[in-house]
Design a protein around this ligand. Structure first.
Ligand code: FMN
Length: 520
């Protein structure tokens, strides 16, 4: 025994290195069967796998230029990070963008900007920017709701996001007078830190399902009564990253807490089918919406990504005929994010936001229905100039998901589906999320929202308006090709927006339905 130990201890350190390399080479050639490259090029072959693994990080930090990356390039991320930290988010020396490039947006400024007088709400608060429409007013719901911020947190569930992330977002929306959409995973304790909440559910009916997995009105009513901060309800039909795709929540991920919140059994796989069991056609969906609105008193809306228009046409006809239907419609773009989706869906199914929204808005406009609907847009719209374009096209509010995640520390590692999110935002790992300080991060979200609103107000004033709802299609131009082909939006998308009845920011401030803490 002693002689073996003596022989081993006499081997120099480089001898050990050689032994390890030899063992790895033996494994590569004779034992492992998965990797042909490692078999054919033992040892060296590993370099290829290592570089493939760290390639995205190398490109993100060292190689990619400022405007190159997707979904969000370095300039966009930098603007969100700086705004969230209240750092200098300006750029010097002029734009570094090629402003002649295809799809570049131009906002037509007025000769003289809108004049803000001394008593104007925006002189008092430069970030005050509520929605110009009230959800549920047209359909005479018992509790109409005017979102107090035109930028809000889009649907992302507790489950896809960590508890600490959801808590930061909820505390943040409370500070910014915005709302927080729960996403499909039910209402968790982390959604209860004071922000307005839009309760969202999909085909899994998490949080409002009976023991067979069907929608339970009893549970819905109880949930709303117990949590008066729920201001509206959103029925998810589809989302841009994976329209029409169901999902499975693996039993292994269903902890006691998640089982309680979602109303499912611990440890058992749960299916979210592609279709709703509560309705199977458009008129049944309208009845379903009306029943929920009647039972809860809240405005009820739908969220969808847009593709074919025939069923939307049917919906519009039913709304016209019956004076019933959704109080708001959230249109998600095909470029929208997700916790996890197959690339074939994320890349190809459903239209990008500008195409989908313009198709839908034109349809509702032709039926004369736009005034009764609050239009919400989501799909990389969390930047003031993009938002100005969206308002010109007809949106009344913006929802942001990934931009909100970035404001609380997400680094776009794009590993939400692996449970290994390095920033702790999209993981259930206790260790990875333990670095999130929810008080600090909530201030960051609020600061991002406030900076966003302030810049959007400034752009609006530069265009001669008081509120972005006053933007019209011909206020924005988009490069379709060279200078002579740059077209106003109304010419590209072929409709005029119906002007939102707007009587001044002060009237919005005085509105009894105004959300957030303004009337508290
Ligand atoms: C992590 C994550 C989870 C999401 N979960 C949901 C969800 O539960 N329901 C839903 O309708 N959309 C969900 N979405 C989509 C977003 O709500 C949003 O519509 C989409 O990401 C576009 O907004 P963005 O470009 O600002 O990210 C999720 C997105 C992300 C990134």
């Amino acid at each position: 025994m002693d002689s073996i130990l003596n022989t081993l201890s006499s081997i120099p350190w480089w001898g050990w290195v050689l032994i390890v390399l030899l063992l790895v080479a033996i494994r590569d050639i004779f034992i492992q069967k998965q990797h042909t490259i490692s078999h054919n090029y033992p040892l060296i072959g590993h370099l290829r796998y290592m570089l493939e693994k760290i390639g995205p990080e190398l490109r993100q930090y060292l190689v990619a230029n400022n405007r190159e990356e997707l979904p969000f390039n370095r300039i966009e991320r930098g603007w969100i990070y700086a705004s969230a930290k209240k750092e200098n988010n300006y750029e010097g020396f002029g734009t570094d963008r090629n402003i002649y490039e295809h799809q570049h947006i131009f906002i037509n400024n007025a000769m003289m900007p809108f004049k803000v007088d001394a008593n104007h709400p925006n002189t008092i608060d430069k970030t005050f920017l509520p929605c110009a429409k009230v959800m549920g007013l047209h359909h005479k719901r018992k509790k109409p709701y005017r979102p107090a911020s035109i930028i809000n947190v889009s649907a992302m569930s507790f489950g896809s996001l960590s508890a600490k992330a959801v808590e930061s977002l909820n505390k943040g929306v409370a500070l910014a007078n915005a709302y927080h959409n729960t996403g499909e995973g039910g209402l968790s304790p982390y959604h209860s830190f004071g922000g307005d909440v839009i309760f969202h559910f999909g085909t899994g009916y998490f949080g409002v399902r009976d023991k067979h997995g069907n929608f339970s009105m009893e549970k819905m009513v109880a949930l709303v009564e117990k949590n008066p901060f729920i201001r509206a309800i959103e029925v998810k039909l589809s989302q841009g990253a994976k329209p029409g795709k169901g999902g499975v929540l693996p039993g292994a991920k269903i902890t006691k807490q998640i089982a309680n919140i979602r109303g499912v059994e611990i440890g058992k796989d749960v299916l979210s089918p592609p279709n709703h069991s509560a309705f199977s056609n458009v008129s049944e969906m309208v009845n379903f919406i009306e029943e929920i609105a009647e039972a809860t008193g809240l405005p009820v809306g739908i969220k969808a990504a847009i593709g074919k228009l025939d069923q939307w046409e049917e919906l519009a006809d039913i709304m016209l005929k019956t004076n019933k239907g959704p109080d708001f419609i959230t249109v998600d773009g095909g470029e929208g994010g997700t916790g996890a989706a197959p690339p074939s869906f994320a890349d190809h199914v459903s239209l990008p936001w500008v195409y989908g929204f313009s198709d839908l808005y034109r349809l509702f406009k032709n039926k004369g229905l736009t005034e009764r609907i609050v239009f919400i847009g989501s799909g990389k719209l969390g930047f003031p100039a993009k938002a100005a374009m969206a308002f010109a096209m007809g949106v009344d509010c913006i929802n942001v998901a990934r931009e909100a995640m970035m404001s609380i520390g997400c680094i776009q590692a794009q590993v939400c589906h692996t449970n290994r999110c390095p920033s702790g935002v999209a993981t259930q790992s206790k260790w990875l999320q333990s670095g999130i300080d929810t008080t600090l991060k909530s201030v960051r979200l609020a600061q991002y929202f406030k900076t966003f609103r302030k810049e959007l107000i400034e752009i609006t004033h530069a265009a001669g308006y008081e509120h972005p709802c006053q933007f019209k299609m011909n206020d924005i131009e988009m490069n379709v090709d060279d200078h002579n082909l740059s077209k106003e939006l109304n010419k590209t998308y072929m409709y005029e927006k119906v002007l939102v009845p707007f009587t001044g920011m002060q009237d919005l401030k005085d509105c009894v339905y105004l959300g957030g803490k303004h009337n508290a």
